[in-house]
Design a protein around this ligand. Structure first.
Ligand SMILES: Nc1ncnc2c1ncn2[C@@H]1O[C@H](COP(=O)(O)OP(=O)(O)O)[C@@H](O)[C@H]1O
Ligand SMILES: [Mg+2]
Length: 241
């Protein structure tokens, strides 16, 4: 049994199939990349897995349990946490307090939640920013904060939506190094990315979406050579494997 099992997932917005009959599995311990051009259905898939929108049909199973119908906070408490494509911290509270919001999922008193939040901030290299208001943090640190807030919920699996968006090449490297480290600690990842290059070096496997459908799945080397993938990304930069 895989940790995450997506089966025949479909979402219609009116007459538009944003995602159609999508199936893939993510085994425990792996980094799975989900890529595709703009509008391919990545965020919609992500939102269905994390419970933010209901599928038109199909199922999502995590740790053997069907998630359909569960609320986002229930899915999170069950061990599947997410970040947002656009970072969404609470701007007027500190970095530590933002992370405590995540920690309260499993720690119901302030002392324990604070302790957990401090530990997680340290883990993502943000301990020195604990007292800084989120609105004063640069984008790279906001991304770290988002990851920290998700980590504080103690997930087995983390879904990251376009974590590289808006960062320069050096900053992208830093975030990816963090993902790699957290994966070594045992966290399973689903990385949703528009830019193929970002997930190439990191992902064990990649699923490629185009117009809502899976057009390829395999190792980074396999998908980057696939003619359908090259065609979908025509006009965009495709890495040489
Ligand atoms: N809430 C919505 N209502 C109507 N159409 C939507 C909605 N969300 C996404 N779409 C459409 O679904 C398709 C897939 O969008 P999305 O999942 O955001 O793609 P991606 O994240 O791969 O760029 C696009 O054509 C988009 O315009
Ligand atoms: Mg998106």
């Amino acid at each position: 049994m895989s940790l995450l099992e997506v089966s025949n997932l479909t979402k219609y917005f009116g007459g538009l199939a944003a995602v159609r009959d999508l199936s893939f599995q993510v085994d425990e311990g792996m980094i799975m990349g989900l890529i595709g051009p703009n509008g391919a259905g990545k965020t919609t898939t992500f939102n269905m897995i994390s419970g933010f929108i209901l599928p038109t049909s199909g199922t999502v199973r995590f740790k053997g349990r069907t998630l359909n119908g569960m609320k986002p906070h229930e899915i999170c408490a069950f061990g599947l946490a997410r970040t947002f494509q656009i970072v969404q911290p609470f701007p007027e509270i500190t970095a530590l307090e933002n992370v405590m919001v995540g920690a309260f999922v499993h720690h119901h008193n302030t002392v324990d939640a604070r302790h957990k939040a401090e530990e997680v901030l340290e883990r993502v290299g943000m301990a020195h920013r604990a007292g800084t208001l989120a609105r004063d943090l640069p984008l790279l640190e906001l991304k770290r904060l988002e990851i920290a807030r998700a980590l504080a919920t103690e997930p087995q699996m983390l879904l990251l939506d376009e974590v590289a968006a808006g960062l320069n090449a050096v900053e992208v490297r830093e975030v990816l190094d963090l993902v790699k480290d957290l994966n070594k600690d045992g966290i399973t990842f689903l990385l949703v990315e528009h830019v193929m290059k970002v997930v190439m070096s990191l992902s064990h496997r990649i699923v490629v979406l185009d117009f809502g459908e899976k057009i390829a799945e395999g190792t980074p080397q396999e998908v980057s050579r696939d003619p359908r993938v090259l065609k979908a990304y025509l006009g965009e930069e495709v890495p040489v494997a």
